[in-house]
Ligand binder design. Structure first.
Ligand code: ZN
Ligand code: ZN
Length: 274
């Protein structure tokens, strides 16, 4: 009998176990080995777990979580060995690290947003102050919705503001906010952008919102006659014919619903929408 080199208890010499006693030599076999893949986004660092990109778990946070429950034995560029000890059982997990591109980063890279909100002021180009105001309020809507997983960007042009966005829910929230703040006309259009392997067709949805804010000096065409807005007062819009002397009065509400049903054509719009 010789002492076990690890625990010192008497044991028979055994070259196969390097003279370890029965207890100590059985330890390594109690170690379970597992292999797992971990996919993370090479751009934003998000981790994919169970096929789903985690909106609030980055690769670094994932590592921190691991360290709370076990030890990282080794770490290389594409591999991470992790050890968890649970009721005296050791489990070695080898994570294969795979870099990929998450849905959001892919959309940003390819500019393949599936929803678009185009905002225009009817009858004229949007002025910079109006554009700033609209973008600020949309930014606020997006900040309030950070629990949703989306990406967006603005595209400003001389006509107005376009919002490109990956989330239908948020696009509709933005449209809802516009409807609440401004009178206008909403149209929706769809464009086929791609076809998946299973032949599902993918469409891009465009919401177009044209704001009408009746104001003095604006010129409308109604029943093929031109009218100028001469007064807006207490929710009523006073119009006078440009040729002739005919006067008309509509409530703002009437005028907006005529506009929505294409009975009013706006040639120029004066004043600010703000
Ligand atoms: Zn021993
Ligand atoms: Zn990403």
């Amino acid at each position: 009998m010789i002492p076990c080199p690890k625990c010192g208890s008497p044991t028979d010499p055994n070259a196969a176990t390097h003279n370890l006693c029965k207890n100590c030599s059985s330890e390594p076999s109690a170690r379970e080995r597992k292999k797992r893949n971990i996919v993370f986004c090479g751009v934003c660092g998000r981790v994919r777990i169970g096929g789903k990109w985690q909106s609030n778990l980055s690769f670094d946070e994932f590592i921190q979580e691991l360290q709370k429950q076990g030890n990282i034995v080794s770490r290389a560029k594409d591999r991470l060995v992790y050890e968890v000890i649970d009721s005296n059982k050791k489990t070695l997990i080898q994570y294969q690290l795979k870099k990929s591109l998450c849905m959001n980063c892919l959309i940003q890279k390819n500019d393949s947003y599936l929803f678009e909100v185009k905002i225009r002021v009817e009858g004229r180009a949007m002025n910079p102050r109006e554009a700033m105001y609209l973008m600020d309020s949309i930014r606020r809507t997006c900040l309030e919705s950070l629990d949703q997983d989306f990406v967006y960007r603005f595209s400003k042009n001389k006509e107005g503001v376009d919002v490109l966005i990956s989330s239908k829910k948020l696009a509709e929230q933005i449209v809802g906010g516009l409807k609440k703040k401004f009178d206008g006309r909403l149209t929706q259009s769809f464009k086929l952008v791609s076809e998946k392997h299973d032949r599902t067709r993918v469409f891009k949805t465009t919401y177009s919102y044209r704001i009408l804010s009746p104001s003095v000096g604006s010129v409308y065409r109604i029943n093929n006659h031109l009218y100028e807005v001469v007064r807006v007062e207490n929710g009523e819009v006073f119009l006078t014919a440009i040729k002739g002397r005919e006067n008309m009065v509509f409530t703002k509400h009437e005028l907006i619903s005529m506009y929505k049903s294409n009975k009013v054509e706006v040639l120029t719009q004066q004043g600010s929408i703000l």
